[in-house]
Ligand binder design. Structure first.
Ligand SMILES: C[S@@+](CC[C@H](N)C(=O)[O-])C[C@H]1O[C@@H](n2cnc3c(N)ncnc32)[C@H](O)[C@@H]1O
Length: 506
């Protein structure tokens, strides 16, 4: 069992105050500051380890140093020698190795499938353009996270961010990003006016580097203002181009599997261009591998991590969610505070590609595991009125490899829930207005606000809601409001600072 109040294992630099008087720049820094800080902490630990000699045999590809391209791997990550699993550092609740979904045996079995070919190893210095999509509203926070992971040229893009990196950087982005939904490698781009141009683009792309007939394939298509008549037909043109090329070169074509494909390709169309992306993530990155119990209207894990980043939560401080549902915000918070990489327990699409170097990947993961802190520095506490939601949260906690004491989940009413510490962060996703009858709704907000004003002085409060009038119902004026999308739902993250006399206004 973990005693959440003991131990001083996590040291974070104090949040830097943005200089400058540009309000937009200031907002950007604030939006991404916490994500940057958390990712920087991970990177510092990684850099410290890179001072030790590389134990890998010289026959393995060696890390590049100082490419000066901002690829995120210039530090030359140095993996720790692999320990037997029983000796590896564990975080609370990690004791059952067979629960690991991403078993090496399964991968080895896959690679020894008849017909499996190994592509030439991807040259360590080869740089790829990368696009990482994210929930809308988290772009700046994602850029900050990617820059902190070492992808220095990361810039915001529509619902995502772009940067350049080598293959190791692509593995690291998948492993560490808490905010990205996928890591897509741009493999082809060209002007298109007709569906046949898409076929030609797919025919000219060297897919055989990544996959062949021994893999199954899925293609997805999305578009903005594309004049093409049928996106389904465009999708088919990509599949035809890929399959024709592979059949011509290797004698066989991959079969299509839309449910559990080995390789995924995304086509993105604009008014006059097409981009083909190789998806290195497989399943969306918000699927960390721990959620089975969904509860009522759960947040996606990367949105929960994004909200924590925008709230400015300092992971060494107390965290509360008084409407915790299945516990998404708090479980993400515990992983952040302990330094558990978001993708440590899940499989990735790149593991099924021809160029996959399983040994290098194991080294990266072992090294990431070795930096997980054994315990939290401050309490993390959740309440929900619904006992079945608390049961769901506890099951999710267990699946997230955390011991029961890591997060205190209790049945309780937000209107009377006591603060978990003298100060801290309350980050929550309360029930949406339409789920509550209006009188109950007004009563709930008034009584909850009263509890906050009376008992939560020195707490930072961040609330995500699709109800734009929520601050009015709470009779609190937000210091900041961040536009965010929860799926298709237009939301705001409202931030308040409670002070002894009530709350701080703008
Ligand atoms: C939108 S859901 C939260 C979902 C959660 N973020 C997740 O990812 O699972 C809102 C939760 O508030 C709970 N709730 C409603 N009224 C409450 C109250 N007065 N006190 C505590 N919880 C309450 C509901 O039972 C529901 O689980």
């Amino acid at each position: 069992m973990t005693d959440a109040k003991t131990g001083k294992t996590l040291t974070l630099k104090k949040k830097t105050v943005a200089a400058g008087d540009n309000p937009e720049g200031e907002r950007r820094k604030r939006a991404g500051g916490r994500a940057r800080q958390v990712a920087q902490l991970d990177r510092q630990r990684e850099q410290q380890r890179s001072m030790t000699p590389d134990p890998r045999p010289s026959s393995l590809p060696q890390p590049t140093t100082g490419t000066g391209t901002g690829t995120g791997t210039g530090t030359g990550t140095t993996p720790a020698p692999r320990k037997p699993s029983a000796e590896r550092n564990r975080y609370p609740g990690e004791p059952i190795p067979e629960r690991q979904p991403n078993s090496y045996a399964e991968q080895d079995a896959f690679r020894s499938k008849p017909g499996a070919r190994r592509a030439a190893a991807t040259p360590r210095a080869e740089i790829f353009p990368v696009f990482t999509p994210c929930p809308q509203g988290l772009e700046d926070a994602l850029v900050a996270e990617m820059q902190a992971l070492g992808f220095d040229d990361a810039v915001p893009a529509r619902a995502g961010c772009r940067f350049h990196t080598d293959w190791t950087g692509i593995l690291r982005a998948n492993l560490y990003s808490r905010l990205a939904t996928r890591v897509l490698v741009e493999v082809a781009y060209g002007p298109v006016q007709h569906e046949d141009d898409i076929l030609d683009l797919a025919l000219d792309t060297p897919w055989e580097r990544w996959f062949g007939a021994e893999q199954t394939l899925r293609v997805d298509t999305s578009a903005i203002r594309s004049p093409m008549q049928s996106l389904q037909y465009c999708n088919l043109r990509v599949k035809d181009g890929i399959c024709d090329r592979l059949r011509d070169r290797e004698g066989e074509r991959p079969s299509i599997d839309t449910v559990r494909p080995d390789a995924r390709v995304h086509l993105f169309l604009t008014e006059d261009s097409a981009t083909l992306y190789l998806d290195t993530s497989g399943e969306s990155l918000f699927k960390r591998g721990w959620r089975m119990e969904k509860g009522e209207a759960p947040l996606r894990e990367n949105l929960a991590a994004g909200i924590l980043a925008l709230s400015g939560w300092d992971p060494s401080q107390a965290l509360m969610d008084p409407f915790c549902g299945s516990g998404t915000i708090l479980i993400e918070g515990a992983w952040i505070a302990l330094g558990v990489p978001a993708g440590i327990w899940r499989p990735f699409g790149f593991e099924r590609l021809r160029n996959h170097d399983a040994r290098h990947w194991r080294d990266l993961k072992d090294e990431a595991r070795s930096r997980i802190a054994p315990r939290l520095e401050s309490p993390i506490v959740g309440y929900d009125l619904d006992p079945s939601a608390i049961e769901a949260a506890k099951s999710n906690l267990d699946r997230a490899w955390l011991t029961p004491g890591t997060i205190r989940f209790e049945v309780g009413d937000a209107r009377s829930a006591p603060p978990a510490a003298d100060s801290g962060w309350l980050v929550t996703n309360p029930p949406y207005g339409e789920r509550l009858p209006s009188e109950q709704d007004t009563g709930l907000w008034r009584e909850w606000a009263q509890n906050l004003k009376q008992n939560y002085s020195d707490w930072n409060v961040s609330i995500i809601s699709s109800d734009m009038d929520l601050p009015k119902a709470l009779r609190l004026k937000p210091l900041r409001r961040y536009p965010l999308y929860n799926g298709a739902l237009d939301c705001r993250l409202f931030s308040f600072e409670m002070v002894a006399a009530g709350y701080r206004q703008k």
